[in-house]
Design a protein around this ligand. Structure first.
Ligand SMILES: Cc1cc2nc3c(=O)[nH]c(=O)nc-3n(C[C@H](O)[C@H](O)[C@H](O)COP(=O)(O)OP(=O)(O)OC[C@H]3O[C@@H](n4cnc5c(N)ncnc54)[C@H](O)[C@@H]3O)c2cc1C
Length: 350
């Protein structure tokens, strides 16, 4: 377990969900905080994600999710409202074996998820917009939120506690007692400009904001995300559809190189229409692209590496876990008894 440290003057590099939550927790803990962001708050994945706060179905990460839900409840006074109840997640496939494989991965470890297996046709009965031939599983998780809102609310909270925001790039050499790198997929490049240390890679996602007159109440997604993430991405994306406050987000790709979003948008619509046929005729409102900070083992990297502190690598789960990770890292920097599990410690990648 990492030893406590104590810093009064902290530079946080990166204005995404992790950096903004860190700035809030550090400033509230009494540190002098400067948050550096090179382009705009929530300019990366934290402003362009699918917008679902979702259980990660990983024993080690589940406590971070539960804690994050609590942090979001505390953001009400800063203008962020987490829905009272999760919308529920429908995992869909025409291949029942794939659904069983997904359920086997979840196992019996999370009774709170109330997982229900749905035979072919049942998802359609629950959500008439879903294609009639699909089987699936219903999981009691998934709070749908506008993608950038939590990050902006944490920023307001950080500023209310005295954090200063500088819209300029910074790096490991920022002037401060302690530098925390929370720069998403760009973190390894800042920690080690030589390029030798690369435990986090970008995994690019395109999301389409789409107008559906009667969107599903559940968040819906194609089965198979664990396999795609374990392989570090793939050429064919995976369908997902999340609707928050009447705006639907259709996803997504998992690509190692930055894609042309305009080229990918029709492909996403076409893939999505196999699951929700109404998508074929739906109007595209806008297209956005961003990179997941995907770590080699799929889990975040938190804690010290040499002279800096790392808070990055949340891959597809940063909105669901990032604030709790930020709290762990803030405790380390503030000299409180650190509780970063070794499996999440940045030091696991030498
Ligand atoms: C298509 C897609 C959909 C997703 N959907 C979901 C979802 O529904 N639920 C979920 O939980 N997660 C989702 N994710 C994952 C989630 O969005 C990310 O894990 C999370 O946003 C990462 O947050 P972050 O703060 O670590 O990094 P980022 O949001 O990438 O923020 C890093 C910031 O650092 C800045 N920066 C970089 N270099 C510098 C520098 N030198 N100086 C200053 N600033 C710098 C960048 O401009 C950026 O703003 C999705 C991701 C993608 C791509």
């Amino acid at each position: 377990m990492a030893e406590p440290m104590r810093a009064d003057d902290v530079a946080v590099v990166g204005g995404g969900i992790v950096g903004c939550a860190l700035a809030a927790f550090l400033a509230e803990g009494g540190a002098g905080v400067t948050l550096y962001e090179r382009s705009g708050i929530a300019a990366g994945a934290s402003g362009r994600n699918s917008g679902i706060v979702q259980h990660p179905m990983d024993e080690l990460l589940a406590p971070l999710f539960h804690e994050t839900v609590g942090h979001y409840r505390d953001l009400a006074e800063f203008g962020f409202a987490l829905p009272d109840e999760p919308a529920g997640l429908l995992v869909l496939s025409a291949d029942e074996d794939l659904i069983d494989a997904e359920l086997a991965l979840i196992g019996d470890d999370f009774p709170e998820l109330g997982v229900e297996r749905l035979a072919a046709g049942e998802p359609h009965r629950l959500e008439p917009v879903v294609a009639p031939d699909l089987a699936g599983a219903r999981v009691a998780t998934g709070y749908a939120v506008p993608p950038a809102e939590a990050t902006h609310a944490f920023l307001r909270r950080a500023e209310a506690a005295g954090a200063k925001v500088v819209l300029e790039p910074a790096g490991a050499d920022a002037a401060a007692d302690t530098v925390v790198l929370a720069a998403g997929p760009w973190t390894p490049g800042l920690a080690d400009p030589s390029g030798a240390w690369r435990p986090i890679e970008p995994l690019w996602g395109v999301n389409v904001e789409i107008h559906l007159p009667a969107p599903p109440r559940h968040a819906v997604e194609e089965a198979g995300i664990d396999a795609v993430l374990a392989e570090g991405g793939g050429e064919d994306g995976l369908f997902s559809l999340v609707t928050a406050q009447g705006v639907s987000s259709l996803g997504s790709t998992f690509l190692p190189d930055e894609p042309d979003p305009e080229e990918r948008a029709p492909q996403l619509k076409q893939r999505g229409s196999r699951f929700v046929p109404a998508l074929a005729d739906a109007e595209i409102v806008s297209v956005r692209t961003c990179a997941r900070p995907h770590s080699v083992d799929g889990r975040p990297l938190l804690g010290r590496r040499g002279d800096v502190v790392i808070a990055a690598g949340h891959s597809a789960w940063g909105i669901s876990l990032g604030p709790a990770s930020a709290r762990l890292v803030a405790d380390l920097v503030l000299g409180r008894e650190p509780a970063i599990p070794p499996e999440l410690d940045a030091a696991r990648f030498a």
